[in-house]
Design a protein around this ligand. Structure first.
Ligand code: GAR
Length: 204
């Protein structure tokens, strides 16, 4: 499969996906990395010879203009799957429609809790700790037109410890993201994902 990855930051999930394509766990290839800003993930991709594009929604008058430019870039590499790995902007409706059920996102909490607009990075983990949750985790879901909303594909829990800080919880959750995100990509490689309404089923 050809994969396009969207990123906004450090890119450790991107690095992990690339690693999994090299060690044979994944049969896919990362063909394109798109970001809304210059960031470490873009540097990693460039140094690995992967095609990159920085497309900042602020440079377009409306969502449809932004969507058009994203589509132009995506069409060049014709990805089978689009992976949001720490991408903090909403994907325009036109792109969601064109790649219906072929865009997945990883979120650092157990959705539908602690998700939605503005819930990203340390804010998520701080909210989980403030609420006093005993577990948190990672969710991989299929992307629809709302933030952190589409059908849940995979989830994995981690314990929340009494002495956790947002950073220590984030680090524990990152470790399970490095498992579930490649596993989700593999399910698409094996054509094992079926979406019915708001439910994602994994075929055995
Ligand atoms: C990941 O923890 C991912 O779940 C989160 O951003 C981090 C990116 O880390 N995504 C969101 O918060 C989206 N709502 P990385 O850049 O090191 O892969």
């Amino acid at each position: 499969m050809k994969i396009a990855v969207f990123v906004s930051g450090t890119g450790t999930n991107l690095l992990n996906i690339i690693k999994k394509t090299k060690d044979g766990f994944l049969k896919s290839e990362v063909r394109l990395v798109i970001s809304d800003r210059g960031c470490e993930a873009i540097e990693i991709s460039r140094s690995g010879g992967i095609q990159t594009a920085i497309i900042d929604p602020k440079n377009y008058p409306d969502e449809s203009g932004y969507g058009k430019v994203l589509m132009q870039n995506l069409e060049k590499c014709e990805p089978d799957l689009v992976v949001l790995a720490g991408f903090l902007k909403r994907i325009p409706n036109s792109v969601v429609k064109n790649f219906a059920n072929r865009i997945i996102n990883v979120h650092p909490a157990l959705l539908p809790s602690f998700g939605g607009k503005g819930m990203y990075g340390m804010k998520v983990h701080r909210a989980v700790l403030d609420y006093g949750c005993k577990v948190s985790g990672a969710t991989v879901h299929v992307v629809d037109t709302e933030y952190d909303h589409g059908p849940v594909l995979l989830q994995r829990c981690v314990p929340v410890k009494d002495d956790d800080t947002p950073e220590s919880l984030a680090s524990r959750i990152h470790q399970v993201e490095y498992e579930v995100l490649p596993e989700a990509i593999k399910l698409f490689e094996e054509s094992r994902v079926e979406i019915e309404g708001r439910k994602a089923f994994i075929k055995w």
